[in-house]
Write a protein that binds this ligand. Structure first.
Ligand code: NIG
Ligand code: FE
Length: 398
């Protein structure tokens, strides 16, 4: 797109400021060079080279899915059946299934196959308005396959979505290692080369009794710190490991899952400015009953993000819109909190401040919906009202 373009006559849910929808009726957006240059009412709008009439449609910031495991081989639908027969997620993991079964399938898959399947998944997310997507490694658990996953993730950017990559080799203990401490040493050793190759934007780990201890995670975070890489953590999903306090000590961008988060963990996150990423898809699919401490997070002022956590085991969803609904129904978030969670706070969980609100100076990543009010996006489910997705100012096909 050359020159400036004015989008006018829409209902803008700007999410400007720290709370509220930031609604602008008869709203207009001026876009130039991939950036929102001006946001306001149609009556005050500046002139532009081109005008697009929104005809009353709803406009929101583009969706930010800040936690996915989108690149992998194989399927784990059989584990869904096993869980229906009474096995738990942890039982399946201890019996060698779970993450380890996806590791075997991912190691066996070539780069082209991994890319082909990941592209379809990314396109499904984009079809519901995702403009920024985080993708984790963690199904290779060996240097070449971790690198392959991260390369595939980078290539997804060619679809017209911004991709942030996260190194999650500390996800599970691979079969060739008997000792978790030895494996953690390898995880730390592989990181600098992957970083030098431009494949890593952040570092994550799975802190859990079926995964790695806080002391082991600390070694991975020390390796990240040596490269000035930000960290995130799968924390307190199945039990309280004190992972949030550990992560906050490294000024983590986010702690994710958090069903078993303690008051001390919340306090540490407040002090560090760490975002709480809630993953209703995993909570739902694993039929968890322990709710994350939403009221306490809210009261403490911890920013809350939500994400799909797309992965083949605990959250095989490709619907960010369904996550909006589940965040409200299961976690009692308000529709506004849920939408902030999937936009501005999702961006913050990735360390990004240039997107997530319809405010002058932000990236021109936005969605146009056939909806009368933004609360409808959370209230409805199994329905996709997206009519247009604009990425860096570009319309579909531009
Ligand atoms: O975020 N909790 C650990 N990691 C993923 C699940 C990965 C898997 O089961 O393959 C999660 O839920
Ligand atoms: Fe995850």
């Amino acid at each position: 797109m050359k020159g400036s373009r004015l989008w006018r006559g829409g209902l803008l849910a700007t999410l400007a400021g720290d709370s509220g929808w930031g609604l602008i009726e008869d709203g207009a957006l001026l876009v130039e060079d991939g950036v929102l240059r001006w946001v306001g009412t149609g009556a005050e709008a500046p002139a532009a080279d081109e005008v697009v009439e929104l005809r009353g449609a709803l406009v929101t910031p583009g969706l930010v899915d800040c936690h996915t495991h989108l690149v992998y081989g194989g399927s784990r639908a059989h584990e869904f059946e096993q869980r229906l027969h009474g096995a738990s997620y942890a039982d399946i993991a201890r019996a060698g299934g779970g993450i380890k079964s996806t590791v075997a399938a991912t190691r066996a898959a070539g780069e082209a196959d991994l890319l082909a399947s990941a592209r379809k998944r990314a396109q499904a997310l984009m079809a519901e308005g995702v403009t920024t997507l985080e993708v984790k490694s963690g199904y290779g658990l060996e240097a070449p396959t971790e690198a392959r996953m991260l390369r595939v993730a980078r290539q997804l950017a060619g679809l017209g979505v911004d991709v942030r990559t996260t190194y999650l080799a500390a996800h599970a203990l691979p079969p060739e290692f008997a000792d978790a401490d030895d494996y953690i040493a390898a995880v730390c050793l592989w990181l600098p080369d992957l970083f030098d190759a431009g494949l890593v934007d952040a570092v994550d780990a799975f802190c859990e009794n079926i995964a790695f201890s806080p002391a082991q995670v600390a070694r991975v975070f020390d390796a990240a710190r040596r490269l000035s890489l930000p960290v995130k953590l799968h924390a307190e999903q199945l039990s309280d490991q004190g992972g949030a306090q550990l992560a906050a000590g490294y000024r983590a961008l986010s702690c994710d899952h958090l069903e078993y988060l303690s008051p001390a963990g919340i306090q540490a996150m407040v002090e560090a400015g760490t975002v709480a990423v809630l993953l209703p898809g995993a909570y739902y699919a694993l039929r968890e009953t322990q709710l994350p401490p939403i009221a306490a997070l809210r009261e403490a002022g911890v920013p809350i993000a939500i994400a799909t956590d797309h992965n083949p085991g605990s959250s095989p969803t490709l619907s960010p819109l369904l996550m909006l609904n589940m965040a409200c129904v299961l976690f009692r978030l308000t529709p506004e909190e849920a939408l902030r969670g999937l936009t501005v706070n999702g961006a913050r969980a990735l360390g990004l401040r240039d997107r997530g609100q319809l405010v002058a100076g932000q990236r021109a990543d936005f969605c146009v919906w056939d909806s009368a009010h933004p609360r409808e996006l959370a209230a409805c489910f199994g329905h996709n009202p997206l009519t247009e997705r604009v990425f860096q100012g570009r319309r579909q096909g531009e």
